[in-house]
Each structure stands twice: as C-alpha cells, then as structure tokens.
Design a protein around this ligand. Structure first.
Ligand code: ITT
Length: 196
C-alpha cells in the first residue's frame, strides 16, 4: 500500500482525487491528519505554490505527500485569473463572486477561450517530482449546472456540450486538468513501486 498525504483544504479536490484512486493507494487529506492551519500560497506560479504546500506538510507532518495548485487562464484577459484564481474577486471571495466577476469581465468579449492547468508536486522519499495537466475550453455566457466547484459552472471543455458542473465526477475526472495530472502521478507511482 502506498500512503500519501494530500496537502489540500479543498474538500471538492479531495473527493475528486479519492474517486480516481486505484487499489494499492491510500490518500489522507489535511483535515484527516488534524491539520487545520491555512498553508501560505505566496508563489508567482502554480509550480511554486504546489511546492510550497507540499513542503509545508512535509516539514510539519512528515510522510510522503503531494499538493495540487490549479489556475484558470483566460486568453482575452492575458491569462488571468491564473495563479490568483481563488482570490480573483478579493481575499474572501466566494466561488460565486469569482464566477460573477469573470462573467462581467467577459461580457462584451467574443474570444472566450480558456484553459485550466494543474501542477502537482509529489515529495516522495526525499525527492521532488512534478506532474502537470491541462484542459482547453471556453467560458460560457451564463452559469450551467450545480456539480463541481469553483469555475466549473462556466467552463465548457472543448468537444463537449456540458460544463464541468453538469458532468459527474467520473466524467470530469477523465478529461480534467487535475484528473490528467493525477493519472500521470499514479502511473509514475505504479512503476516506482515495481522498483522496490
Ligand atoms: P488548496 O490550496 O487547499 O488545495 P484551493 O481551493 O485554494 O485549495 P487552488 O489554489 O489550487 O485551490 O485553486 C485555486 C482556485 O481555482 C480555486 O479556489 C477554484 O476557484 C479554482 N479551481 C481549482 N480547481 C478547479 C476545478 O477543478 N474546477 C473549477 N475551478 C477550480
């Protein structure tokens, strides 16, 4: 059994990752290990922030761990909100605040192309590994669906006629930024395991 701590306070992310876990792996979240502190995310890139979160857990709790940092990059906004996706409408912004701000920013914009990107940093046996995943799509003009979280109700992935918020967790996980980065990590770990 490979046991990992997932350095997140986001219950939606944890649920998504646990739904994708194959046999032989177990993942514990921060709340499951009794960590309720907010981990600083002060980096300027997804990679820096995911490393910062993973390092924090490593230093304070030990054990092998990984962290995910994700951003939504909108072409017409020069890649914003990007690394600031959680705080787009302000420090205490809710998901709805962020979604409304983005819809307003794009209200008269024809180019609605965007992509989600995830960087996962894995700290395993004293070494650092990085996995990335992304998905292209467009920002819809209204919200659609009640599933998922964050910007899911306004993100329509290319080749699909449903937003992420209208998909089941399984459907989203197969094509999403996080799902893709996470499957790369799992493939890596499956091969790594063989070396023991
Ligand atoms: P942790 O740092 O505790 O993992 P977080 O919610 O702060 O949780 P991120 O910094 O990675 O996570 O994500 C930044 C924001 O991007 C997040 O608050 C959401 O608004 C959005 N986001 C991330 N993943 C998403 C997804 O799969 N679908 C929609 N929005 C997402």
């Amino acid at each position: 059994m490979i046991e990992l701590i997932f350095a997140t306070h986001n219950a939606h992310k944890a649920e998504e990752i646990k739904a994708l876990l194959p046999d032989g792996f177990s993942v514990k979240t921060l709340s499951e290990i009794g960590c309720n502190t907010e981990i600083p995310e002060t980096g300027g890139t997804l990679e820096e922030n995911s490393l910062q979160k993973a390092n924090y857990v490593k230093e304070h709790f030990g054990g092998d761990c990984f962290a995910d940092d994700t951003g939504l990059m909108v072409d017409a906004l020069g890649g914003a909100p990007g690394v600031y996706s959680a705080r787009y409408a302000g420090e205490d912004a809710t998901y709805a605040d962020n979604v409304n701000k983005l819809l307003a920013a794009l209200s008269s914009e024809k180019n609605r192309k965007a992509h989600f990107a995830t960087v996962i940093t894995l700290l395993l046996h004293g070494k650092k590994y990085t996995f990335t995943g992304s998905v292209n799509g467009v920002i819809t003009t209204n919200i659609h669906g009640e599933g998922g979280f964050g910007y899911d109700p306004i993100f329509l992935p290319d080749g699909f006629s449903k937003t992420f918020a209208q998909m089941s967790m399984d459907e989203k996980g197969k094509i999403s930024h996080r799902g893709r980065a996470f499957s790369k990590m799992i493939d890596f770990l499956k091969n790594y395991k063989k070396d023991f």
